[in-house]
Design a protein around this ligand. Structure first.
Ligand code: IMP
Ligand code: MG
Length: 452
């Protein structure tokens, strides 16, 4: 919408309403739940391969096709397109039980996987002890007064699994699942160690080692047909001119390095994670699209300067049905924060923005956009990476008139109400990033492609 002058690196490859074949990363530009899967599903029309590169079953990716709703946790959202291949990269953490049950459910709805789903041999496995420790550790934290220390994790074992990966000696990878001897040995050692932690530190019951070993040894035959050297597969495909779409999970502000640490997830959710999480080098990437809601939400704890804790926040939550797709928790809602999205544009090198859920704001009289923060009497233009500063920041708002008209049926930028266009223009200018796509409803078709 604001063409080249705001482009960070190169003009986007969505031009004149046409999505060009490319290698493209789609990333969350806020705190997750930006409707990335809807954007991935839309762009997947022109892709050959859709790839998850980070996170695990903590993600909840919702796609609506002709009114039918699909929620994905580990399987890439591209699987709803019958002609696409999907890959789960090495940067993810895979709970095999969760993956197989997700696949069973999708199979019952007519989705096939044979020859269409590949899993990197280097992805790490989420084990029952990771899930248990995730919950036990969070429960201990929550004993602190005023919620101090709580992260509000999804309880899917993500943090403990990535911890074992980084620890090296305790991590178990997909490749280990295929070697029964090694798996037994590693599991035995790990479960004994975790049982020490559980009983001595957390006063919790032990886990039954033989039961877990028996359950996990049985996964080998079910997972084996899907295992591949994903780096070789993806690079060969890119070299052969195939179009690849990287599907980010969570959001930039939940990145373990760049996010609002410690209130983050345990992986690199930013664009760089697509490279390290798949074995595809940065020179192969053509475009990075940041997905941002037309307002802001967050699940779990941690600072959120533009949060609306009043009736309006509740109203937005109700209109938008802001409840977690994985945990069902209420999402915290607030105004669009331009500092957050400008920060995302920087750390991801965004080529363009996809602004989603514009229709949620259709009935509001006035809209506010946070343009800067006030901190100890000073005005901050940049999102501070230190949460202790962020916690004390007060948003400085600019007020815009609402458009008070339904937008869901609109398919062309020029047909949007003037005030909606003004709002989008302002977002784009403040984020210093052009807008390439606007979503006006959950369905695949409820999308506006912006002419370059
Ligand atoms: P974990 O990823 O389960 O360890 O949770 C860490 C933080 O990230 C918590 O605040 C979660 O609510 C948040 N989180 C994890 N996955 C998602 C997601 O897919 N969408 C939004 N928030 C998420
Ligand atoms: Mg989600």
């Amino acid at each position: 919408m604001r063409p080249a002058e705001f482009c960070v690196h190169k003009p986007g490859l969505i031009l004149k309403g046409v999505i060009f074949m490319a290698v493209r990363i789609v990333i969350g530009a806020q705190w997750g739940d930006e409707a990335k899967a809807k954007v991935v599903d839309y762009l997947a029309k022109e892709a050959d391969i859709v790839v998850r590169f980070g996170g695990g079953a903590n993600a909840g990716h919702t796609v609506v096709v002709n009114g039918e709703k699909f929620v994905f946790h580990l399987v890439p959202a591209g699987i709803v397109h019958p002609d696409k291949v999907c890959v789960i990269g090495n940067g993810t953490v895979i709970d095999p039980a969760a993956l197989l049950s997700e696949m069973e459910e999708l199979k019952s709805r007519g989705i096939s996987f044979e020859g269409r789903l590949f899993i990197s041999q280097n992805a790490h496995l989420v084990m029952p002890y990771h899930k248990l420790l995730d919950r036990v550790e969070e429960a201990v934290r929550s004993e602190d007064a005023e919620g101090g220390g709580r992260i509000g994790t999804t309880g899917r074992g993500i943090g403990p699994c990535y911890r074992d990966k980084i620890n090296r000696t305790t991590g178990i990878r997909i490749v280990d699942l295929l070697d029964r001897e090694i798996l037994r040995e590693k599991l035995l050692q790990n479960i004994r160690e975790k049982n020490q932690l559980l009983t001595k530190l957390y006063d919790h019951d032990k886990m039954d080692e033989e039961k877990i070993i028996e359950e996990y040894l049985a996964f080998d035959k079910q997972i084996d047909p899907f295992v591949k050297d994903a780096s070789v597969y993806l690079n060969d495909a890119i070299d052969a001119g195939k179009s690849v779409l990287f599907e980010g999970a969570q959001g930039t502000l939940l990145d373990v390095d760049h996010g609002t640490y410690p209130y983050v997830t345990s992986s690199n959710t930013t664009a760089g994670g697509a490279c390290t999480g798949t074995g595809v080098g940065p020179t192969k990437i053509d475009e990075v699209i940041g997905v941002a809601k037309a307002y802001t939400t967050r699940v779990g704890y941690g600072p959120f300067p533009t949060e609306l804790t009043d009736d309006l926040g509740e109203r937005i939550r109700k209109i938008a049905q802001e409840f977690g797709a994985t945990t069902g928790r209420s999402r915290r809602c607030g105004w669009f924060d331009a500092l957050v999205v400008r920060f995302s544009a920087r750390v991801n090198g965004l080529s363009s923005l996809a602004v989603t859920r514009l229709d949620v704001l259709d009935t509001l009289d006035h809209l506010q956009i946070c343009t800067a923060y006030r901190y100890q009497g000073k005005v901050l233009q940049h999102f501070p990476s230190d949460v202790r500063i962020l916690e004390q920041c007060e948003p400085i708002y600019e007020t815009l008139e609402g458009w008070k008209a339904p937008t869901t049926r609109i398919r062309r930028l020029q047909d949007l109400p003037d005030n909606a266009r003004r709002y989008l223009d302002r977002i784009s200018a403040l984020a210093k990033t052009p807008i390439s796509l606007i979503s006006v409803g959950p369905d695949r078709e409820e999308t506006i492609l912006v002419d370059g």
